[in-house]
Write a protein that binds this ligand. Sequence first.
Ligand code: TXA
Ligand code: MG
Length: 334
Amino acid sequence: MPNDGESNPVTCHSNDIVRLPDAETVAEAGRLIRQGALVAFPTETVYGLGGDATNGEAVARIFAAKGRPSFNPLIVHVLELGEAGKLGNFSYQAQRLAEAFWPGPLTLVVRRAANTPIADLASAGLPTLALRVPNHPVARAVLRAASCPIAAPSANRSGHVSATRADHVAADLGTRVAMILDGGPAVHGLESTVLDASTGSISLLRPGAVPVETIEAVLGHRLARMPGTSDRPASPGLLASHYATRAMIRLNVTETIPGEALLAFGTPPADFAGPVINLSPAGDLIEAAATLFSALRKLDASGVATIAVMPIPNHGLGEAINDRLRRAAAPRNI
Ligand code: TXA
Ligand code: MG
């Protein structure tokens, strides 16, 4: 049956809130994450909705659970700087900031390292990656138990305020999450500060729990602010740096034109002869979301002038997939 992301496939645990998680519960949370399920856990900033960042389908389930209408890049949580350094490329300045503030409520956006195992969808197809080393004991215990990087946006429905208590998470996400770990009220109650360290200079993408002045004191100079910075910083999906295909994109295609590549969904036309990638032969939107960015990249690399995209239903994650495809198809200045 097509999975539109409304239910979580792994339900070996009830979504009852687990108070003061013991070692066994944390081990179970780690197992659930490794199986591709979602676990909500406390961090020092807000509660996070965590999934295995290396598993595209787990990441797709995060977007489905939040009900996000588009794919915003997520923060990937790891245990220490050494691990972060294998996933992204740290400039000298980025390294300094990590050493000064990790573990803690600072997120650094860096270039993705070559062959990073992080799913493309976690960073919404961007060439960059947002990394953070949390210092909450429960968050760290879950990271240790899962022994994989964990993608975790704030554990609230899209458009709602961030959850700072376990019962907020339960009210917002309910059965969409396999397990909710309770660590009491979040200490900061405010998300991490997000800095862009992917270019030659450091700039502020989102003000948060580490005050800007504290960061400036470490850097020894003022921070550049992104124009229009707010909680929705220069929406990364719209940034020039966002991955755009070289090929033209043609949407809702039911009849292909010779010479095109085909991004299929469901059953492709039997007579199609060009390069084709099927986002999900079974018509599963979770699977399609997990494959989307790498499929676009591969078809683009095949050198065709146009990528034809079959119609994708506009419910569940389909809305976010179509949003991303419309942006890729929009006229652009190169
Ligand atoms: O405190 C926090 O940061 C919490 C806890 C759970 O760690 N997480 C959180 O995640 O607030 P989320 O997904 O709600 O916010 C992620 C922020 C967004 O503003 C997003 O645009 C930005 O990080 N971001 C993530 N990856 C990015 C990237 N590659 N480039 C630019 N911005 C990025
Ligand atoms: Mg949020």
